[in-house]
Ligand binder design. Sequence first.
Ligand code: SAH
Length: 365
Amino acid sequence: MAVTTPSLRVPTRAERLAWLRQEDESALEALWTEADNLRAARVGDAVHLRGLIELSNHCARLCGYCGINAGNQDVSRYRMSDDEILACAHKAVAFGYGTVVLQGGEDWGLGTGRVTDLVRRITAETALAVTLSLGERHDRELVAWKAAGADRYLLRFETSDPALYARIHPSTDGRVSDRPAFLRRLRDLGYEVGSGVMVGIPGQTWDVLADDLELMRSLDLDMIGIGPWLPHPATMLVKDGWEFTAPAGEQVPNNELMTLKMVALARLMCPDANIPSTTALATINQADGREHGLQRGANIVMPNLTPVAYRAKYEIYPGKACITESAEDCDACIKGRITRIGRTVGAGRGDSPNQLKRNRAGTTP
Ligand code: SAH
């Protein structure tokens, strides 16, 4: 069967808004098909796996959405040891993954030197690409970790609306939080840059989502993570959330359909980006949310490698998928889901096509 040539025209703001507001499933088929064709043509059928290690749930921040925020006294805090983290990295190798993602709260107890040593050990003992997702750390740390061998950094900008962002993400220590600037700096340092948003945050409007997509494109992101906002009872958005909801008719819902529209539009805006089918999407539709993401633009999954004893303590939102499963369970489950929809499991590091182009053009230091 002939493959339809995907349109390379980037949707205008008006077109993005029309798709975002579209509720008719049969009309949306055209969006799903275009996103899936573009995914196949630009990043292929292989689904790359990034092993997620949730290495610490200590956090200095008071993010209004996140269950492990510093104000939540009910969280039992943990920080994994180097040997535990290395054991997870070796599991990633055994499962055939090309990348590990070290993610945690903004944990200043996890010092510059400790992360530097971890990156060195992982890159010395394995051929894995190393992604860091440790919050808004100091510039000198980003420099040191890149020099130690870190390849990528993930930090979602969460929303492109500065007023909404300021409400859900209070600054600390008088440091202004400017995530788009942070992401541009990461790019200058030579990292592959991942970012993304939550969908359906109280106060988030359709116009804001249309602008989020433009910001993703202008940042030329290598990876774009999109998931629904899931209310956690121990957060400011749930305790005081009613104050923030946008006027009737303007508030974006935090459901699966809305998230899938954003995933598909992100593919149209950033055709070469790596786009994960996220755990939050798998959480709101445990039956087949993961597959829906992969069939509407996504090409990445991040199986959880965190030891079972720590998983439930990394409760950024309630009911998180895979919370009681072992790394082996997650590995088998995700590989089964990928092959059952006719896709293949990716081999190698799964570097971003954008970054490979930048390297060839000599624009990366
Ligand atoms: N401390 C790191 C990692 C945070 S967890 C950082 O700030 O980058 C990774 C992502 O999970 C966040 O960026 C956010 O988009 C998402 N997240 C956190 N709480 C959530 C919630 N309640 N619902 C949905 N997604 C959430």
